[in-house]
Design a protein around this ligand. Structure first.
Ligand code: M6R
Length: 609
């Protein structure tokens, strides 16, 4: 939620900051702004709308300077407008902010009493005034920032510029992500790596409760008491091209097509094909923990939650251990029934989702072992977990999560086989069969992706409908939920996922000729049952789109449109059946002309509660 960028060095700051904002636009895109320190003083420009609207404004001006800040906003306090866009300014102090200041009303009242005037409705503007107030009381820049952050309650990643101290920028992190990039006589910081990658691979993920004082030549870190901290950046093996569109129309499409590679990368070095073994020592679930395990519980949000729901079927089947799955925003306010016989698995692409982080912390506080499945290396959730299994899906830029989901599923299969083997619930022969199945998945996906045209024609036929039902049974039920989520979030078409067996308890009342019903009808335990559900829909004139296997003639005959999935053990079907659903949602959104990568009201990384 909101992207921030700061640059100080030897080059013109404006193009670097605008480029960084474009790369972070997935984090928020309702308004944006820049502040550049020039020879003629501080220039601040802000604009409601996308970054391109800001570029139109600054494109008509000459703004030369080698130090600056930029921000792309996802509104929390105050509607999207030029006035509420960041940076916010108080005298010579300029601030950009990602997060929420919970005590801003009282601070605003206190500052008003001290003579400050506010121009926006945001919580952020008070930070600029607070810092200015401390400077006016005679405190040096760094001290003023430190004193101010100690008065703030909430979550914040800040970039601060003080025109009277032009040789430095200050970055602060408390519960909102911030990455420092170390260049050659230039330094840059941002909410996420893609803004930094074109300039340097040497980076440091700031910890909560830390402040960085950044000059062109140097970075110093402090805690909130002002005590110095060690500065240990790492070299990251990611190229800027990995965060670019590479010829695809949208990041979402590119990321859907990257899934065979993402899955291969996630299995690499963990799936030992020759030995028919899984090596997952990095999960830290040794024999002692495994044998004591009474429950596993997943906590996650959105698509990652759907991976957890699918994981329940996989882990229960492969290990016999009971699994709970909680939406993190619910779990964090429950009395958590976890302890040292529980393994809590936090799933998060970004590793920064505020609710998932809070759920993880709560589980940890109650003595649970905590493992996370994250895509972003060194993210907060990864760092706060006892152990982490990274999904090596590469940067996921599109707001709609696709390759992260299938990489999460692969990780769960590996983990389930690892635990199942450790507990003796999966024989060596059975493990070998599972491993043989896993290695076929990337090529099956390749075959499936080659049939994109078929999904384009299905999308053309159904794009005009305004309500969809997605139905699945057993392990295909979470797939139905995820398919529906994909459609609604990028095309703004109402779509509901439901267990197919439940429709007669309510949703069937909605079925008529204007209601396309998407069935995930793969061969397996409940195949006959789902066929009955299709008959029920057909009898009420519902339009049926089915995702099924070859040879299922009855299902094909019942369907108005169908897409054939390759055959695979039922337990592994979600990883195949979700992919055409992602493409269907994508093409419906493209036909309807929505902004696929940046759907309205959403942000990639939800770092506020
Ligand atoms: O980064 P996370 O996996 O923790 O994000 C969780 C959700 O915010 C995310 O999956 C969201 O639902 C996506 N927009 C789904 O496409």
């Amino acid at each position: 939620m909101c992207g921030i960028v700061g640059y100080i060095g030897k080059r013109h700051a404006l193009p670097i900051i605008l480029d960084g904002l474009k790369r972070l636009e997935y984090r928020g895109y309702d308004s944006s702004g820049v502040a550049i320190l020039t020879d003629d003083g501080l220039i601040v420009r802000r604009k409601k709308g996308k970054i391109k609207d800001l570029i139109e404004v600054v494109g008509h001006e000459t703004i030369n300077g080698t130090t600056g800040l930029g921000h792309t906003r996802w509104a929390t306090h105050g509607k999207p407008s030029d006035e509420n866009a960041h940076p916010h300014r108080a005298g010579d102090v300029v601030v950009i902010h990602n997060g929420i200041i919970e005590n801003y009303t009282e601070l605003r009242a206190m500052l008003k009493d001290r003579g400050h005037h506010f121009k926006s409705e945001t919580d952020t503007e008070i930070i600029a005034h607070l810092i200015e107030d401390h400077i006016k009381s005679g405190e040096p820049f760094e001290q003023a920032v430190l004193a101010s952050v100690n008065q703030l309650r909430g979550s914040f990643a800040l970039g601060v510029l003080y025109a009277k101290n032009p040789d430095k920028l200050i970055a602060v992190r408390e519960a909102s992500p911030l990455v420092l990039g170390f260049g050659n006589s230039e330094n840059i910081f941002a909410s996420d790596m893609p803004a930094i990658l074109p300039y340097t691979n040497k980076m440091l993920f700031m910890n909560d409760g830390t402040m960085a004082v950044i000059t062109a030549e140097d970075v110093k870190l402090f805690d909130f008491t002002g005590s110095p901290l060690p500065v240990n950046p790492k070299q990251f093996d990611i190229s800027p091209a990995m965060a670019e569109k590479g010829g695809y129309k949208h990041f979402m499409q590119k990321e859907i097509f990257e899934q065979p590679q993402a899955i291969t990368d996630t299995m690499r070095d963990r799936l030992l094909f020759d030995k028919k073994e899984i090596d997952l020592k990095e999960a830290g679930i040794d024999g002692k923990i495994m044998h004591a395990l009474k429950r596993i519980n997943f906590v996650a949000c959105g698509t990652s939650y759907h991976a957890g729901l699918t994981g329940k079927y996989i882990i229960e089947e492969m290990t016999g251990i009971p699994v709970d799955v909680d939406v993190a925003s619910e779990f964090r306010y429950k009395t958590p029934l976890v302890g040292n016989e529980t393994l809590t698995i936090a799933i998060s692409q970004s590793g920064e989702t505020a609710d998932t982080l809070a759920a993880l912390r709560l589980a940890k506080k109650h003595g649970s072992h905590v493992l996370s499945i994250c895509n972003v290396i060194d993210s907060t959730i990864a760092r706060e977990s006892d152990h982490v299994l990274y999904t090596h899906a590469g940067p996921e830029i599109s707001v709609a999560s696709t390759k992260a989901f299938t990489a999460q599923l692969i990780t769960i299969y590996l983990l389930a086989i690892h635990i199942g083997r450790g507990l003796g619930r999966i024989s060596k022969q059975q493990a070998a069969v599972y491993i043989d199945t896993l290695v076929t998945i990337p090529s099956l996906l390749d075959t499936l992706l080659k049939q994109e045209d078929l999904l384009v024609s299905i999308a053309k036929e159904y794009a005009r409908y305004s309500d969809f039902l997605y139905l699945g049974r057993g392990i295909s039920y979470p797939v139905a939920l995820e398919g529906a989520l994909k459609l609604k979030e990028i095309s703004y078409v109402h779509a509901e996922g439901y267990p197919a067996g439940e429709i007669k308890h309510g949703p069937i009342a909605l079925v008529n000729k204007d209601m396309p019903v998407v069935f995930i009808a793969v061969k397996g335990k409940v195949y006959e049952k789902i066929k009955n559900n299709m008959e029920e829909v057909k009898a009420r004139d519902g339009k049926i789109i089915s995702f099924t296997n070859t040879g299922n003639n009855e299902i094909q005959n019942l369907s108005d449109s169908f897409f054939l999935l390759p055959e695979i053990d039922e337990l592994f079907t979600p990883i195949l059946s979700i992919v055409p659903l992602q493409l269907l949602a994508y093409h419906i959104a493209v036909i309807n002309g929505t902004d696929v990568d940046q759907p309205k009201n959403l942000a990639k990384s939800v770092t506020v509660e």
